[in-house]
Design a protein around this ligand. Structure first.
Ligand code: GDP
Length: 606
């Protein structure tokens, strides 16, 4: 059986625009989606809204009905609007369709009480990068002090009902937020005052709780897309389709959830999808969508379709989908098509991402839910401020085999024996094995949280390593004994010194280069102006106590083994230089590194 609504072509032969909702956490993305879904309650029906796979479909009639107060009736040309169901979900925002964003337009939600927040800016970066159109929903207007509720009213009508104080506060906050956008290099304006749509992004004030501004938002989305994207939205026979998720469904085996962006899919079509082990060639066994009536929806009950026309969220069942890659494109093989050619195209999408791993073989393992999110994560890890090398990548849940792969790094570089898991699950067996082997797994569904966790972990390891190697790290210094400041000649030797060069630290082994490099002990304490300190730098005059580490050193004596004119220097070695380089690189200034080089030649270290 087949529902007519799904394949009814629109008059102008346009497909529905696809829209996603982005923005900082808690700005009201979920609520906004709920609010636009929960329509026509008074009539007790869903107004034609249908739940699809991964998306919600709003037919034109529904939008027309909800926006009638705005008197824009005649202008609706698209058959409806398809809104992706996972608001703010980073890996879905990263979905692509043949190189450009999957979505035709985005709603960027900003909380009017908070303005631009960190993830708002991240979303903006993504939108700019993908060249995606967007409108700003300036949400939570009902929180303005003294706001008078005008349920589901167009925003200008609602605004007229407000007191001067509310209007003033609104204008003040709006101005502030427009300034914040400006700082991000974007012009924005209240949509009904926006004279240069296209150059200036439109702001629609909304409340996801009481519905003010929602009609405006819906209308703007539809009008704007059908006005500026006619070509993109014109229905085409060429299938454009992206895999959202790969899922095992009882009774159906492994299925793929897809968004059909353009074209038409038929039962029995031969398709090609990129897989982790190469391109998968198979045929569509069934095209499924959920039952439109919620009450009738039994778990696992779907409507079967002979064919489905874009834009639509669909579940596809077919054989051999186990290794399909979420985020990859789906291709249809037509009778005249060259299958090999299509297989190559399917692989190319994936290879551009897979080829980004570090060829040196040293780096962390990265795992993400979709190709798009993997790509975003890899892009992020590459930025100079982050700069984390990646040695292996995978898509989908973390399994034991992934932990095994990460454990290879244990030998080479312990801190890289890590899996950064972005928006994927970790199987209990994998977790157990990781604990056993000492492989670290970090999970997050926001990219920069992964980075924060990994950074903290790296710092921790660095500190630990520093502690372990503290005895072996020798900081470079050259000391001159001050006249009349020899307080104790032998074990412990106590002297006043002038630090001629470098940095003097507790623990540093000291020797006398001019007397055959005899070792006289390690710095046990330093006093600056009678106060104990851990270190002192070039130019300072301090008192030091040197304690012999063995009986030989304990014998060394001022006046016999060294004199007032002998310089004291740090006794460095190949090993101590290596430790400094690997664990203390940032703690030495350029000048101090130069001194290391000088001492290196003094000690004739290769
Ligand atoms: P998300 O993290 O962006 O998806 O945000 P949610 O939709 O979960 O909303 C976060 C919180 O803000 C919830 O407590 C919502 O009830 C509340 N909220 C969302 N939209 C509005 C709004 O327009 N007005 C008010 N007063 N509260 C809102």
């Amino acid at each position: 059986q087949q529902s007519a609504a799904f394949s009814k072509p629109s008059d102008a032969n346009l497909r529905s625009p696809i829209c996603c909702i982005m923005g900082h956490v808690d700005t009201g993305k979920t609520k906004l989606l709920d609010c636009i879904r929960g329509t026509n309650v008074q009539e007790g029906e869903a107004g034609g809204i249908t739940q699809q796979i991964g998306a919600t479909y709003f037919p034109a009639e529904n939008i027309r009905d909800r926006t009638k107060e705005l008197k824009a009736d005649a202008t609706l040309k698209v058959p409806g609007l398809l809104v992706i169901d996972t608001p703010g979900h980073e890996s879905f925002n990263n979905l692509r369709s043949r190189g450009s964003g999957l979505c035709d337009i985005a709603i960027l939600v900003v909380d009017i009480m908070h303005g631009l927040e960190p993830q708002t800016k991240e979303s903006l970066d993504l939108l700019k990068m993908r060249n995606t159109e967007f409108i700003v929903a300036l949400n939570k207007v009902d929180r303005l002090y003294g706001w008078k509720t005008c349920r589901n009213a167009p925003i200008r009508k609602a605004m007229l009902q407000q007191s001067k104080d509310v209007q003033n506060e609104f204008n003040m906050r709006l101005d502030q937020i427009v300034t914040e956008f400006k700082e991000q290099g974007l012009n924005t304006a209240l949509y009904y005052k926006n004279k240069e749509m296209g150059e200036t992004f439109s702001i629609v004030p909304t409340s996801a709780i009481s519905g003010e501004g929602i009609p405006d938002m819906l209308l703007l989305l539809v009008q704007w897309t059908q006005k500026t994207m006619i070509e993109k939205l014109t229905y085409s026979d060429e299938v454009q389709c992206t895999v959202l998720e790969v899922k095992v469904i009882e009774g159906h085996g492994t299925t793929i959830d897809v968004v059909l962006v353009n074209g038409v899919l038929h039962e029995g079509d031969q398709i090609v999808v990129a897989g982790m082990q190469g391109p998968i060639v198979t045929s569509i066994r069934a095209l499924l969508t959920p039952h439109p009536m919620k009450e009738l929806r039994v778990k696992g009950s779907y409507i079967h379709h002979k064919e489905i026309k874009a834009a639509m969220g669909i579940k596809i069942t077919a054989q051999g989908l186990e290794h399909a890659i979420a985020g990859a494109s789906l291709y249809v093989v037509k009778p005249d098509d060259d299958l090999e050619h299509i297989k190559t195209a399917a692989l190319e999408d994936v290879e551009s991402v897979l080829s980004r791993i570090d060829r040196s073989g040293e780096g962390v393992c990265v795992q993400a839910s979709t190709l798009g999110s993997l790509e975003a994560l890899l892009e992020f890890l590459k930025t100079p401020a982050v700069n984390i090398p990646v040695s292996a990548i995978s898509i989908g849940p973390v399994h034991k085999k992934d932990v095994m792969k990460a454990s290879v790094m244990l030998e080479k570089k312990r801190e890289y024996s890590t899996i950064l898991a972005f928006d994927v699950k970790v199987t209990p067996e994998a977790r157990e094995l990781a604990d056993e082997l000492g492989v670290k797994i970090f999970i997050a569904d926001i990219i920069y949280h992964l980075f924060d966790q990994f950074k903290a972990y790296m710092e921790n390891i660095k500190d630990e390593k520093k502690k372990e190697s503290a005895d072996e790290a020798v900081f470079p210094c050259v000391l001159k004994i001050l006249p009349n400041c020899v307080f104790n000649k032998k074990d412990p030797i106590v002297l006043g010194v002038d630090i001629l060069e470098g940095i003097l630290k507790i623990g540093t082994p000291i020797c006398i280069p001019s007397q055959d490099f005899i070792d006289i002990g390690r710095i046990a304490s330093i006093e600056n102006n009678h106060k104990p300190v851990d270190y002192a730098k070039k130019g300072q005059k301090v008192a030091i106590k040197i304690v012999g580490s063995n009986s030989e050193e304990q014998q060394k004596m001022f006046g016999r083994h060294f004199e007032i004119d002998d310089e004291l220097v740090s006794h460095i070695s190949r090993r101590s230089i290596d430790v400094l380089k690997s664990d203390y690189r940032d703690e030495l200034s350029n000048e101090e590194w130069k001194l290391v080089v000088k001492l290196k030649s003094l000690f004739k270290i290769q």
